[in-house]
Design a protein around this ligand. Structure first.
Ligand code: SF4
Length: 137
């Protein structure tokens, strides 16, 4: 079973209230080969929400509020779903402070990227789950 970022499956859970539907990923869900999670919603954050980016070890939203705890809580909840469903692979939305893998927004809210993993991606890697982004499938 694969785990996928819910926004890629077509669920409108992004900060702006929209989805980023990827046809192949949506099809995996339809065929019962993948399950969708949104760690930010699982952490209790509303949709739409103020955009947030990683600054050092913290996640700070555009209003300067520290939302690290919600991100961490959501990552742990989503990890439990992955483990319960024996997921060995995940396809995660690129560049996100939660789901991004290898490159994420740099904390300046200017669209620039830095080499790092999002909080959820990091937790999955620690649990030996292989990560791909939507750009690699
Ligand atoms: Fe998509 Fe992940 Fe952001 Fe949720 S946390 S909207 S699944 S990129």
């Amino acid at each position: 079973m694969k785990l996928v970022s819910a926004c890629l499956a077509g669920i409108p859970c992004r900060f702006d209230g929209k989805a980023k539907k990827h046809q192949t990923i949506a099809q995996l869900i339809e065929e019962g080969k993948a399950i969708a999670v949104c760690p930010e919603e699982l952490g209790g954050l509303p949709t739409p929400r103020i955009p947030a980016e990683k600054q050092g070890e913290k996640i700070i939203n555009k209003n300067g509020i520290d939302v690290t705890k919600a991100f961490e809580k959501g990552a742990q909840k989503a990890l439990q779903i992955a483990l319960k469903n024996d997921c060995t692979e995940a396809i995660l939305k690129s560049n996100s402070p939660s789901c991004g893998c290898g490159k994420i927004y740099d904390g300046s809210f200017t669209g620039k990227l830095t080499n790092d993993d999002g909080i959820f991606c990091k937790v999955l890697k620690e649990n030996k789950i292989k990560i791909y982004t939507e750009n690699e499938i």
